[in-house]
Write a protein that binds this ligand. Structure first.
Ligand code: KG4
Ligand code: ZN
Length: 334
């Protein structure tokens, strides 16, 4: 049995986990920095990297101690190489290198986006490749064709804002704090998604790319133009209509991608995969197109190290190991 300890520090969560054979989570520790960044209305890179330095050792210690294992029982060390904040990634990569060197175990580098996909592998043994993956997070929105685990082809991605970024910007504009995606979507639950007809950008573009900055501007313009008449009672309708505009395009393109590649499985991943409307609309559309649809539970949607350890298992099987000269790759593509 292969036991991998993984470290994730790409953005504002310091995380470590031990996973056996890519699927059995022995420990999964996440220290979120959200409270540190909240008052600045977004992630402050310097604060993120300093905080990672402060908590990384205790987080790793807890992840290992929870399993009752010694370092010597591990088969490999894994770490997120990128994409992410340069100063944040460096902390995880330097720590992983030091531990791998000290305990004489192989070092594995994982792409953060590949990690998000594996939240599905962890939880759903029925998920089989080839499949289409929709990855929606604070930093990314992309559709990928997964021929096999480890073989990815990016079909399209956002040309401007990421889905989570759009949620967070509108939430911030509405005074819902940071990160406001989840608060906004809670507010949307009681609203009418057809109340306001916001633009579905690139819906008929014929490719698999997305654009969200026009929608963001449309929502801000709508609120600014109607600010005399808008009351708190209108907020659920505004949130629901904004959310529906994002979700409609993502659902339409995901189903088209599955059909274009003739695959019968679709998976959803990333922080925005926690969104109820996105989950339920993808579920409905998949069902009517005879596509099997999977998404992770909320705790595995947002950044964690269990998903990194799971992805690392396939690298381990391929003996895809790094030398200690490796450096983090802030702009790494899938
Ligand atoms: O994957 P993640 O933890 O971090 C990145 O890798 O970027 O994603 C965080 C993003 C944030 O933008 C957050 O607002 C968004 O996921 N998010 C949501 C919901 N829950 C989290 N967006 C929409 N609806 C939600 N329920
Ligand atoms: Zn992420």
């Amino acid at each position: 049995m292969v036991k991998i300890l993984a470290i994730e520090t790409s953005c504002d969560e310091t995380a470590a986990a031990v996973v056996e054979d890519g699927r059995k989570i022995l420990s999964n520790v996440v220290a979120s920095q959200v409270d540190l960044h909240k008052r600045f209305g977004g992630v402050v890179p310097e604060i993120a990297s300093r905080s990672h330095q402060e908590v990384i050792n205790p987080v790793i210690k807890e992840a290992l101690e929870t399993t009752g294992l010694e370092y010597s029982a591990l088969d490999a060390l894994a770490v997120t190489l990128g994409p992410g904040l340069p100063g944040a990634l460096i902390v995880g990569v330097a720590t992983a290198k030091a531990i791998a060197y000290a305990i004489k175990k192989p070092l594995i580098g994982v792409n953060h986006l590949e990690g998000h996909l594996f939240a599905n592998y962890l939880q759903h043994p029925q998920v089989k490749t080839p499949l289409i993956a929709l990855i929606v997070s604070g930093g990314h929105t992309l559709l990928a064709y997964v021929k096999d685990w480890g073989e990815y082809e990016v079909l399209g991605q956002t040309l401007d804002d990421a889905a989570g970024e759009a949620f967070d910007k509108i939430a911030k504009f509405l005074g819902m704090g940071y990160p406001g995606g989840a608060v906004l979507s809670k507010m949307a639950e009681t609203g009418d998604p057809r109340a306001i007809d916001f633009p579905r950008a690139m819906m008929g573009s014929g490719d698999f790319n997305f654009s969200l900055s026009g929608l963001k501007t449309a929502v801000i313009n709508y609120i600014t133009k109607n600010k005399e008449s808008i009351t708190d009672d209108d907020l659920p309708d505004i949130c629901a209509s904004f959310e529906a505009a994002i979700v409609d395009v993502q659902v339409s393109k995901s189903i088209k991608a599955a059909k274009s590649r003739n695959v019968g499985t679709l998976i959803l991943a990333g922080g925005v995969a926690a969104n109820n409307r996105l989950r339920s609309e993808l579920e409905k559309a998949s069902k009517s197109s005879n596509i099997k649809f999977f998404y992770p539970s909320i705790s595995l949607c947002t950044d964690n190290a269990a998903m990194i350890a799971s992805a690392a298992y396939f690298h381990y099987l391929r003996k895809d190991f790094l030398t200690l000269a490796v450096e983090s790759q802030p702009n790494m593509g899938l």
